[in-house]
Design a binder for this molecule. Structure first.
Ligand code: PXP
Length: 259
């Protein structure tokens, strides 16, 4: 019997009906693969092939974060990836006019909105959902009208979770940088605000994703502390680990932390 590739239907994600109890999907952020490719100007490594292979190795989603300077994933990569990703395609980015058009043209399963400034090294804070209420409401409604699920990147603060609900986001993505930073010294203390905000999000009926600086050391603890964690998107640590363990083993190691 041919085991690979699986039929598309077997990989199709059915929202709110997880295949396994308490499922948290692993979405692999492939920005760092694009960074390596861009270093030489050619097509090695081949980003599209890597996305396909990540899925073959067990990834339950592919995330890209095209930034205005295109130093990682380029805007032109997105339509190519859209044609091959069969799990869940998640595009992250700051919703400027070019990004909005890119997302509407390519209709990923999910768009994750981040409040990056131009030239930012990496996302390091969530939205101020109160200050940006009118803007977020408008842009979220536009994506949802196109059938795209919308997640917004937020810090673990009750006011921001309530604000995310108010602007109509389907999900929040917790910015887990502060958790990862504080985790080695005191895991319980580090996760406490996320746990509290997750309970609030569950009460409000808003889905929960998480990302930034999650790794093989802190992922299981985070997942076990967050009720209803639907998805994590992981890039930097996972691609770094793959240098030692290989991509296939590394993806399996991360999946193991989530089960
Ligand atoms: N979520 C968002 C919004 C991000 O900007 C990033 C980094 O591109 C990630 C998740 C993944 O973070 P990391 O690369 O540290 O795993």
């Amino acid at each position: 019997m041919k085991l690979w590739p699986p039929k598309t239907a077997e990989l199709t994600y059915v929202e709110l009906k997880p295949a396994r109890f308490n499922m948290t999907r692993l979405s692999v952020n492939i920005n760092k693969v694009a960074l390596l490719r861009n270093a030489r100007g050619g097509n090695l490594p081949d980003l599209v092939q890597v996305a396909k292979d990540c899925e073959a190795f067990g990834a339950e989603g592919i995330t890209v974060h095209p930034r205005p300077d295109e130093r990682h994933v380029r805007y032109a990569d997105v339509p190519l990836l859209k044609t091959v990703v069969t799990t869940e395609f998640n595009i992250e980015g700051k919703p400027d006019p070019k990004f909005i058009q890119l997302v509407l043209d390519n209709r990923p399963d999910q768009v994750t909105l981040v409040p990056d400034s131009p030239g930012q090294l990496t996302s390091d804070h969530g939205w101020d959902t109160v200050k940006n209420e009118a803007f977020l409401k408008k842009v979220i409604a536009r994506f949802q009208a196109a059938g795209i699920r919308v997640s917004i990147f937020v810090d673990a603060e009750a006011q921001q979770v309530e604000g995310a609900k108010k602007v109509g986001a389907d999900r929040i993505e917790f910015y887990t940088g502060p958790f990862a930073h504080d985790f080695p010294a005191n895991p319980e203390k580090a996760v406490e605000p996320y746990h509290r905000c997750a309970q609030l999000a569950n009460e409000l009926g808003i889905g929960i994703n998480a990302g930034h600086d999650l790794n093989l050391d802190n992922l299981r603890f985070f997942k076990n502390s967050i009720p209803g964690l639907l998805e994590v998107s992981i890039g930097h640590a996972l691609i770094s680990d793959a240098l030692y363990f290989g991509l296939q083993n590394t993806i399996q190691l991360y999946l193991r932390q989530l089960k």
